[in-house]
Design a protein around this ligand. Structure first.
Ligand SMILES: NC(=O)c1ccc[n+]([C@@H]2O[C@H](COP(=O)([O-])OP(=O)(O)OC[C@H]3O[C@@H](n4cnc5c(N)ncnc54)[C@H](OP(=O)(O)O)[C@@H]3O)[C@@H](O)[C@H]2O)c1
Length: 231
């Protein structure tokens, strides 16, 4: 049984993750972190949780302002981290990578756990090898804190690495949307549009479980993208 700590446990993404872990035969919910659970059913922070609960790994789906501190607290206790909170940034990524290497455990930062989004990014990288004009349009609900989305930034990195040109990103915030993205390529008299649509946060849960089950196959340090455990 792998004992999983979930921070952001009461959130729109964290709640279905907790339910899926609790319902899985090979996983057990080691603890739940959210400020609203403090002093009762859970812990206010990861630092508190790792001191009190026995956990084999952490899943963090909280908020950009606190995710790095949560990740570093788990790493200080030698616990691998599946990080789904977006907005880590380059400096944060450098610090997390160093801490993970010092701890000798992996961190998997997945800007998007939806399998269709991961495939969209993979196909975009492939198209960018041939088509160098590209633009990204990402759509999320207005509650999303970071802008552009982690998925858009990751897609732009992949397209730039393949084509040498960084695509423009447009960020739309629309009520009712969960997380959608189009990657649009243009050439003379033709366009190619790759579009990923998610209709509920249930879309992310299978990818989270995949990451939880396979993260320990990764080397110590920071790995960006669910593709590291997909194939
Ligand atoms: N990687 C992906 O595929 C993916 C998909 C969807 C969303 N996300 C990201 O996941 C994150 C969460 O999204 P969501 O929609 O679930 O947000 P949400 O509904 O606002 O939930 C946030 C959760 O984090 C907890 N939290 C917030 N600040 C905290 C703090 N300082 N200390 C401890 N717990 C804290 C909240 O509980 P309390 O308020 O009680 O503390 C709540 O449980 C966001 O960064 C979002 O962009 C990633």
């Amino acid at each position: 049984m792998t004992r999983v700590l979930v921070s952001g446990a009461t959130g729109k993404l964290g709640a279905p993750i907790c339910a899926a872990i609790a319902g899985a035969d090979d996983l057990t919910l080691a603890g739940r972190v959210a400020r609203s659970l403090a002093g009762g059913e859970g812990f206010a922070s990861v630092a508190e949780a790792v001191a009190a609960a026995q956990a084999d790994l952490l899943v963090d789906v909280t908020a950009p302002a606190v995710a790095e501190a949560h990740t570093l607290a788990a790493l200080a206790a030698g616990i691998p981290v599946v990080l789904g909170t977006t907005g880590l940034g380059e400096d944060g990524a450098t610090r997390v990578d160093a801490a993970a290497k010092t701890a000798g455990v992996p961190v998997l930062y997945a800007p998007n756990f939806a399998i269709t989004a991961v495939l969209m990014m993979r196909f975009a990288a492939e198209a960018a090898r041939i088509l160098d004009q590209c633009a990204i349009v990402e759509e999320h609900n207005p509650a999303k804190v970071d802008r552009p989305s982690g998925t858009a930034l990751r897609t732009a990195d992949l397209v730039e690495a393949a084509s040498g040109t960084r695509p423009e990103i447009s960020s739309l915030r629309i009520e009712g949307v969960v997380a959608n993205q189009s990657v649009i390529f243009g050439a003379a008299a033709q366009t190619l549009e790759l579009r990923n649509v998610t209709t509920s946060r249930e879309a992310f849960v299978p990818g989270v479980l995949l990451a939880v089950r396979r993260i320990t196959t990764l080397e110590p340090g920071l790995h960006v993208g669910l593709e590291h455990v997909l194939d």
